[in-house]
Design a protein around this ligand. Structure first.
Ligand code: SF4
Ligand code: SF4
Length: 341
């Protein structure tokens, strides 16, 4: 892997130069305390210190609502919204890069999702390291460091960034602004090691993940699910902000003549009351407790069985945003204590 350095004073001109590779999107201020990924007009506006964007980057690859195709009595026409539009996403932290790798697994599974990958192949990823806060548990989930899944990755080493070049596209971005970059020296390497250790020491939350699928199986009837269900508001916020939740609903919108129309898909949540409603009016997850249980089981049990890893990156968004203070870390810790393992 090629490694170079970028003086911090050169970050803004470099990011401006990346607009030649696609529309630049990065964390921008939203309100007093939040930031969101959005289109960058002036790279100086980017919130480099932003830890957790409101929505994860999945919104670029599976938008909240998307038209799949139009149909008429003559047949159907695929609709490729934003076909070929190129983006450069800057400021993705390791957990969100891992979140995209998890979505890649899902959408390239039994059936490849052409809508997802049409967008995915046109987006350049520039990662950025971070210092965890009291909600981050990515270190426990094995997602605190990104070895791949990016075109470039910037590590803060004081007055410079140590820049990992992950792909040939990343190499092109560096070469296009070569005068802004420098070579790696021993000082840069030592500072990188020192800061990596310091970062690790900042993790305040730890989750023991060994044996979790078995513990979930053993605690299937735990009273914990009823307690969580009594508090849950079925708002679905936890799914919307989760970088690895990918459920969507499909709906047909008909014109007045009831012959032509479009098929759309839009984000859905297994916490919604009607998520498991089927033809005939039966709802196989009518109780809130069963829906909460389903979400956690899928992430920590079902996904592991299918893909060999949990569908959670430890980003902490669902903890921060749940209005009922349902906390995945506390829940896992309690389940483990109930199981006495
Ligand atoms: S965010 Fe909290 S209250 Fe809302 S659906 Fe998720 S668990 Fe329930
Ligand atoms: S389950 Fe919560 S902590 Fe885990 S990836 Fe989703 S939002 Fe982040």
């Amino acid at each position: 892997m090629r490694i170079v350095t970028l003086p911090k004073d050169n970050l803004v001109p470099f990011l401006e130069s990346t607009k030649a590779f696609g529309e630049l999107h990065a964390p921008l201020r939203r309100g007093e305390e939040s930031c969101a990924l959005g289109k960058v007009d002036n790279a100086a506006d980017i919130q480099v210190g932003c830890l957790r964007t409101i929505l994860p980057p999945k919104k670029y690859f599976m938008p909240q609502e998307q038209t799949m195709f139009s149909f008429s009595p003559e047949g159907y026409e695929p609709v490729a919204e934003e076909a070929g539009k190129r983006y450069v996403l800057f400021g993705l932290h390791p957990c969100d890069i891992h979140g995209l790798k998890i979505l890649d697994l899902v959408f390239s599974g039994k059936y490849t999702d052409p809508y997802y990958f049409e967008r995915r192949k046109h987006v350049a990823i520039i990662g950025l390291d971070c210092i965890p806060d009291e909600y981050c548990f990515c270190d426990s989930m094995g997602t605190s460091f990104a070895e791949d899944g990016f075109d470039l990755f910037l590590n803060d080493i004081g007055d410079r960034y140590l820049v990992m070049v992950g792909t040939s596209l990343g190499d092109d971005m560096v070469n296009a602004s070569a005068r802004l970059f420098g070579e790696v020296d021993e000082t840069a390497k030592e500072e990188f090691k020192r800061r990596s250790n310091t970062r690790r020491e900042h993790f305040a939350v730890e989750v023991e993940t060994w044996g979790l699928p078995e513990i979930f199986d053993m605690e299937y009837e735990s009273p914990l699910w009823r307690e969580a269900g009594e508090r849950c508001l079925s708002c679905g916020a936890c799914s919307m902000v989760c970088p690895t939740c990918y459920c969507y609903d499909v709906l047909d919108l008909l014109e007045l003549n009831a012959e032509k129309g479009v098929r759309k898909r839009r984000w859905d949540s297994c916490l919604f009351k009607d998520y498991a409603l089927v033809a005939g009016g039966h709802n196989f997850r009518k109780e809130r407790s069963s829906r909460v249980k389903n979400r956690f089981f899928h992430k920590q049990r079902g996904f592991v069985a299918e893909y060999g890893r949990p569908a959670c990156t430890g980003c902490g968004r669902c903890i921060v945003d749940c209005p009922a203070q349902i906390n995945i870390v506390e829940l896992i810790t309690k389940l483990r204590s109930y199981s006495h393992v």
